[in-house]
Design a protein around this ligand. Structure first.
Ligand code: FAD
Length: 546
């Protein structure tokens, strides 16, 4: 039995690693238990298998078990939640966090430093080309439609970056291949007395004691462990109103045709003044969303689908044909989760694209090698503007919290006896209606700019939106935060309601999903809950990544 630790962190992904270092700097003794090894192994990864509703990715995809967790795979896109995401909005049922964006703000800088995202600056003022607009004339439809930026991490793999820091710290012990499968509670005090740990793929294990237990296993796995503990804790019936419920991802679709026949738009990745890759996006302002009852969302200029050879681009065709060398999740992102397999005739059409514009392929290969593969700060991905200046729009949206979307335990268990998860996800009518209204409002607004026209196929719009997919890797809401167990699982300090020493530090605590990729806000939220200092320590710079 390991003992004597102030904190036991369950999981060494982005949250677990960054939190361990932060707590150790505060002089706390930290034990980190990580199911995975230094690299993924198929046997361990199989623990993630489960059931999922049709359009949701399979349960074992979009998350990794290894030192650094899913940061080995993430895209590094960082966008803070917006002010309205924290607010109780009359048109969004069950909305309203028990804290505000201003409460998180002081912790954003450290989160940015730890994940190499640069300054906490998300307006176009942060760009080197700050005077330009995404589409010339956009200013004329502000403040209804506003232009903001998203910033990109290296993308930082925290397992790689911080391994030496973890090893060098006197205050941190990381045990790999150590999976927490249950928690023991003193029923009278609601204090976690120990965690049951199994080693590797075996059913042998040990128990650990610590002052406090923090579940950092990612949104799905933290929920799974909570549901497992609930099975043996009748007193946890108090959490049943929200535990496992209100699960949400963001939903994503690409549609419409934005014809820009005036000046060329700022389509490509740009650099911020502090040298971070960034890209522009469009959003409706908080006031506009409130006035029209819209969910929060974002629009980006997109390129034509890789799979459709009609784009005529040798580079897009090359990427499409070579995609099988990518991880499955990245292939799905390329295909917008549609899992389209090219037929022989489509393959021929792609080869024809390549043959027609062969000279563009070596320059793409050089860019890929120098700016993506070998670069320290990587170009996030290759953007190819459509030749016709007709841009499809990429749309990401918030989802309404719905108790029907949930993570439950399946009847089957894995090889270590841990019940598998059963994920139920679907769009609500309000999600689809809000997305439809958002496209219509955008069309009306853009019409006011000379030389810009958004064409929507109104007959197909509803069906296209119904066919939107969840964004894999964003596992939100199933242990949501709130003031009371009547509609939440943890409080504003991430402590499980009614317990003395159990916290959840995963994106499952998000009360509402927002439209932003979750990781940067999640990290700031966790750092806040543990009173982290504003800046990260410069000790990371002194240690070379292994
Ligand atoms: C393809 C892809 C692209 C993404 N792109 C972006 C992006 O651009 N921007 C963004 O914000 N987010 C992105 N994400 C999401 C991002 O990766 C996650 O939000 C982030 O990794 C969450 O960090 P975490 O520490 O909570 O969980 P993870 O990084 O998943 O780490 C959890 C760790 O806990 C361990 N663990 C789990 N259960 C246990 C247990 N019971 N005992 C011991 N250890 C356990 C796991 O093995 C794992 O190592 C992306 C995800 C994917 C898959």
């Amino acid at each position: 039995m390991a003992a004597g630790y102030d904190h036991c962190l369950v999981g060494a992904g982005i949250v677990g690693v960054c939190l361990a270092i932060t707590l150790a700097e505060q002089g706390k003794r930290v034990l980190v238990l990580e199911t995975g090894d230094l690299k993924e192994t198929p046997g361990l990864q199989a623990f993630y298998q489960g059931e999922a509703s049709a359009v949701h990715p399979p349960a074992h995809e979009y998350r990794r078990q290894r030192l650094g967790g899913t940061s080995h795979l993430w895209g590094g896109r960082c966008i803070p939640l917006d002010t309205q995401d924290f607010e109780a909005r009359p048109h969004v049922p069950e909305s309203g966090w028990p804290l505000t964006g201003a409460d998180l703000a002081p912790y954003m800088l450290r989160a940015h430093e730890m994940l190499d995202v640069g300054a906490v600056a998300y307006t176009t003022q942060a760009l080197q080309a700050s005077k330009k607009e995404l589409i010339a004339g956009l200013g004329s439809i502000a403040p209804s439609v506003i232009e903001n930026i998203e910033r990109y991490s290296l993308p930082t793999d925290v397992g790689h970056k911080y391994r030496a820091v973890l090893q060098a710290s006197q205050n941190i012990l990381v045990i790999m291949r150590a999976r927490v499968v249950d928690l023991e509670l003193d029923a009278a005090t609601q204090t976690v007395t120990s965690a049951q740990v199994l080693v590797g793929e075996s059913t042998q294990g040990f128990k650990v004691r610590a002052g406090e237990f923090v579940l950092c296993g990612g949104g799905i796995e933290a929920t799974r462990l909570m549901l497992r503990v609930r099975q043996s804790q009748p007193s946890w019936a108090r959490l049943d109103a929200a535990l496992g419920k209100y699960y949400g991802c963001h939903f994503d679709t690409t549609l419409g045709e934005l014809q820009i026949s005036q000046a060329r738009p700022r389509f490509d990745f740009e650099k911020t003044v502090d040298g971070v890759y960034a890209r522009r996006k469009l959003q409706f302002s908080r006031e506009f969303q409130a006035r029209h009852g819209l969910l929060n969302s974002a629009f980006r200029l997109h390129f034509q689908p890789y799979a459709n050879a009609q784009h005529g681009s040798a580079v897009l065709s090359t990427i499409y044909l070579l995609k099988s060398i990518l991880p499955k999740e990245h292939q799905d992102i390329l295909n917008h989760s549609r899992g389209v397999a090219a037929t022989d005739s489509q393959k021929l059409a792609h080869l024809w694209n390549i043959a027609r514009d062969l000279p563009s392929v070596p320059s793409f290969a050089w860019e890929w090698l120098s700016k993506i593969k070998l670069a320290h700060r990587k170009l996030p991905y290759t953007l190819i503007a459509p030749r016709t200046s007709k841009f499809p729009l990429d749309f990401n949206s918030e989802q309404v919290p719905s108790a029907r979307n949930q993570i439950a335990l399946a009847d089957q268990a894995d090889a270590q006896g841990m019940p598998r998860v059963c994920i139920h996800w679907q769009l609500t009518d309000q999600d689809v209606a809000s997305a439809r209204a958002s496209f219509m409002h955008l069309q009306a607004q853009l019409q006011r700019i000379k030389g810009v026209q958004l064409t929507l196929n109104l007959n197909a719009l509803e069906a296209q939106l119904q066919d939107s997919h969840p964004i894999g890797g964003h596992h939100l809401g199933s242990t949501r935060m709130g003031a009371t167990p009547k509609n939440s699982v943890v409080n504003h300090q991430l402590r499980v309601h009614g317990t003395t020493n159990l916290r959840i530090a995963a994106a499952s605590v998000f009360t509402t999903t927002g439209a932003a990729n979750p990781t940067i806000s999640l990290l700031a939220l966790v750092l806040r809950s543990f009173n982290a200092p504003a800046h990260s320590s410069d000790q990371y710079e002194k240690l070379q990544p292994l």
